[in-house]
Design a protein around this ligand. Structure first.
Ligand SMILES: Nc1nc2c([nH]c(=O)n2[C@H]2C[C@H](O)[C@@H](COP(=O)(O)OP(=O)(O)OP(=O)(O)O)O2)c(=O)[nH]1
Length: 139
């Protein structure tokens, strides 16, 4: 399985002025529907991570992001695909949030109050905990 070519995914860790981060639920019809994740999606041909993230967050959430700062890269093997997740921090955006895929959104702090969290999203909570000096269960 690990020889499968990974699919690149751009993922946004939006952080607001109160240091909360945004999680969204996966819409009906997608794998892991109802699981919570950081918003994002797959790169299209010829796109950079930042371009893909800007497009996806506009399509899914209706916002226009400022800079996407590369933060961590993680490869996850799922039964449905092997993905390379490019997590970027996003501190600035414009526009009002609209859940265009009928997903849910929740601004969170640690420990996260929504669930279940997507397996590939759990490590991100650990990285945030390390940065914030948070100890204990993250979700
Ligand atoms: N957006 C996002 N995807 C994640 C996270 N963690 C994680 O393992 N993934 C996985 C789930 C999916 O296999 C893949 C993202 O693909 P997707 O199906 O959501 O992408 P997409 O919006 O382009 O979907 P589609 O148009 O192909 O339906 O990455 C995360 O925190 N955020």
């Amino acid at each position: 399985m690990s020889e499968r070519q990974p699919v690149d995914v751009a993922v946004g860790v939006l952080i607001d002025a109160d240091d909360r981060f945004l999680l969204t639920s996966r819409p009906e019809g997608k794998v892991y529907a109802g699981h919570w994740e950081f918003p994002g999606g797959k790169l299209e041909a010829g796109e950079s991570v930042e371009q893909a993230l800007r497009r996806e967050l506009h399509e899914e959430l209706g916002i226009t992001i400022g800079p996407a700062v590369p933060w961590k890269v993680e490869i996850v093997d799922y039964p449905h695909a092997r993905v390379r997740l490019h997590f970027c921090k996003v501190l600035h955006w414009q526009g009002a949030f609209e859940m265009r895929e009928r997903q849910q959104m929740a601004w969170q702090t640690l420990p996260v109050q929504v669930g279940p969290v997507l397996p590939g999203t759990v490590p991100v909570l650990g990285w945030l905990a390390a940065e914030r000096g948070f100890t204990g269960a993250t979700h």
